[in-house]
Design a protein around this ligand. Structure first.
Ligand SMILES: [Zn+2]
Ligand SMILES: [Zn+2]
Length: 255
């Protein structure tokens, strides 16, 4: 049975880890190598196990730990061509990256990978659904808007990570400069709590059993509010809903 660890989720860093068969699968690496060393020690990694890394896009909160991670663990890295191009321009060696395209399914060893396009202000960002035996997990963060195209990936997953970045009023009345507010609110920015909740409502009654609301803004969100939204979703939508606090790690979620 695969297990999920949330190493970090939020505007200051993102990294998820899945332990499955003889693989350690990472999605994004926006954390220091020290955090990864600590995690893999806890997970009792052995030399025979493979390390995979899926990158959603090139923003710093998703790739800040990339170079030390590659140097230490030599992972198999997957990304879009656009992401690889930006990283290459920053002098990162992308020659061995596996390049993935939206709307195509891939098999790699015992996992199946579905890539989907997300609207976000970066160079060809991707979301992922990873199918691991009977189980599937979808990563849908950094979304400019909630589309039914992305809902379909969540509907056919056991667990989903969905962005719930900000509360409209807190963002609008908050201290961010106007250009940044505009960026976050735009259709290539981030998803609000209400948009996430609407999406959660629309995927109710599907295969989905667990929803984690993530990529939460420290500045423009409120944990008490997120707790209320999560409780409401759990009560009404037929799957357990939790939210991820920015700096707290979550270990061994089975799915
Ligand atoms: Zn981003
Ligand atoms: Zn991000």
């Amino acid at each position: 049975m695969p297990t999920l660890n949330v190493v970090a989720s939020g505007s200051s860093g993102n990294c998820y880890h899945i332990n499955y068969n003889d693989m350690h699968i990472f999605v994004d690496i926006g954390v220091s190598r020290y955090k990864i060393d600590e995690l893999l020690e806890k997970e009792n990694i052995s030399d025979s196990e493979k390390i995979l890394l899926f990158l959603t896009h090139e923003h710093n909160d998703h790739v800040s730990g990339l170079i030390p991670f590659i140097n230490r663990y030599n992972p198999v890295v997957f990304s879009s061509e656009g992401t690889a191009d930006v990283l290459k321009s920053k002098k990162i060696d992308v020659n061995d990256f596996f390049i993935l395209k939206k709307d195509i399914s891939y098999d790699f060893e015992s996992i199946s990978i579905d890539c989907f396009q997300v609207m976000h202000d970066s160079n060809e960002p991707l979301g992922y659904r990873l199918s691991l035996g009977e189980k599937a997990i979808t990563f849908a963060t950094d979304l400019g808007y909630a589309s039914d195209y992305i809902e379909d990936f969540l509907k056919y997953s056991d667990i989903g990570i969905l962005e719930s970045n900000y509360e409209d009023e807190l963002l609008k009345n908050g201290s961010y400069p106007a250009y940044l507010k505009r960026r976050i609110l735009s259709s290539r920015g981030h998803l609000s709590n209400k948009e996430a909740l609407g999406m959660a409502a629309r995927v109710s009654g599907s295969k989905l059993k667990k929803l984690l609301l993530g990529h939460v803004s420290e500045e423009n969100n409120d944990y008490a509010l997120l707790q209320r939204y999560s409780d409401f979703a759990t009560k009404n939508f037929g799957f357990k809903t939790h939210f991820l606090k920015q700096n707290s790690q979550v270990y061994r979620v089975e799915f």
